[in-house]
Design a protein around this ligand. Structure first.
Ligand code: 5RP
Length: 227
C-alpha cells in the first residue's frame, strides 16, 4: 500500500473506533491535515449519531461544513458543560510513549486546545510517522511576529537546533511559525515545559504532557491499535 492508501485505511479504522466508542449524541473533536481530511470524509457517514463537531483549524471547519456538518464553538461546548469524549488527529511524528510532534500543517495551537478539552486523544498515522526519537521532523513553534528574533535566539540557546521561518505562512491566529531543525528530543515532556516558558512563543509543537491515549497505526499488515 502507498502512503495515501495507508491514510485511507487508518481513517476507516478511526471511523470504526468512533462508531464503537463515542456515546450517541456526543461531540467529536476533529484534527487537521491530510490524514484528518481522510477521516472527515469517512466519519461524516456517522452524522446521525454525532451531536456536534469541534474543528481544530479553519481548514477543518470548512471541510466539515462542506459535508453539511454542524461545527460548534469550543467555548460554547465548555460553557454548557458538554463533554468531548474523543479527539481524532494525525501527527508528524509519534514515539513509543505516544508523545508527538505536531504542527506540520500549522494548526498546533488550536489542536492543543481541542486536545486539552477532549477526554481521549486518538492519533491516526501511517507507519512512516512512528519514530524512536522525536526531532527528525522539524519542531514547529508558533510565535508572535514581533517576538520572532528573540524567540529564535532563545531556541538556539535552549536546543542547539536551527530555527527557520516558515516563509509565507501565517497561522489561523495571525502568528508566524519557526520550524526548529536538527533536534533529537530525549525528554519531550521537559522540553515542552521549557519551551512554554519562553516569552513570545504562543505554542510549541510537542504534544508530550498531553500525548495521545490511543494510536491507530497503519502499516502493510493492517491497522494496529497501540495504547
Ligand atoms: C497539522 C498537524 C497534522 O496533524 C500533521 O501535520 C500531520 O499531517 P498529515 O496527516 O497531513 O501528515 O499537526 O498542524
Amino acid at each position: 500500500m502507498n502512503q495515501n492508501e495507508l491514510k485511507q485505511a487508518v481513517a476507516r479504522a478511526a471511523k470504526d473506533y468512533v462508531a464503537t466508542h463515542l456515546p450517541a449524541g456526543a461531540i467529536l473533536g476533529v484534527g487537521t491535515g491530510s490524514t484528518a481530511n481522510c477521516f472527515i470524509d469517512e466519519v461524516a457517514a456517522l452524522r446521525e449519531r454525532i451531536g456536534g463537531w469541534v474543528a481544530s483549524s479553519e481548514a477543518t471547519r470548512q471541510r466539515l461544513e462542506s459535508h453539511g456538518l454542524r461545527v460548534l464553538d469550543l467555548n460554547e461546548v465548555v460553557a454548557r458543560g458538554l463533554s468531548m469524549p474523543i479527539y481524532v488527529d494525525g501527527a508528524d511524528e509519534i514515539d513509543a510513549g505516544l508523545s508527538m510532534i505536531k504542527g506540520g500543517g500549522g494548526a498546533l495551537m488550536r489542536e492543543k486546545i481541542v486536545a486539552a478539552v477532549a477526554e481521549t486523544f486518538v492519533c491516526i498515522c501511517d507507519q512512516s510517522k512512528r519514530v524512536e526519537t522525536l526531532g527528525g521532523f522539524p519542531l514547529p513553534i508558533e510565535v508572535i511576529p514581533m517576538a520572532r528574533e528573540h524567540v529564535r535566539r532563545e531556541l538556539i540557546r535552549l536546543t542547539g537546533g536551527e530555527p527557520r521561518l516558515r516563509e509565507g505562512f501565517i497561522t489561523d491566529n495571525g502568528n508566524e511559525i519557526l520550524d526548529v531543525h536538527g533536534l533529537a528530543i530525549s525528554a519531550p515532556v521537559a522540553l515542552e515545559a521549557r519551551l512554554e516558558q519562553i516569552t513570545g512563543i504562543v505554542c510549541n509543537g510537542l504534544f508530550a504532557r498531553r500525548g495521545a491515549d490511543v494510536l491507530l497505526l497503519a502499516g502493510s499488515q493492517g491497522v494496529k491499535t497501540c495504547t
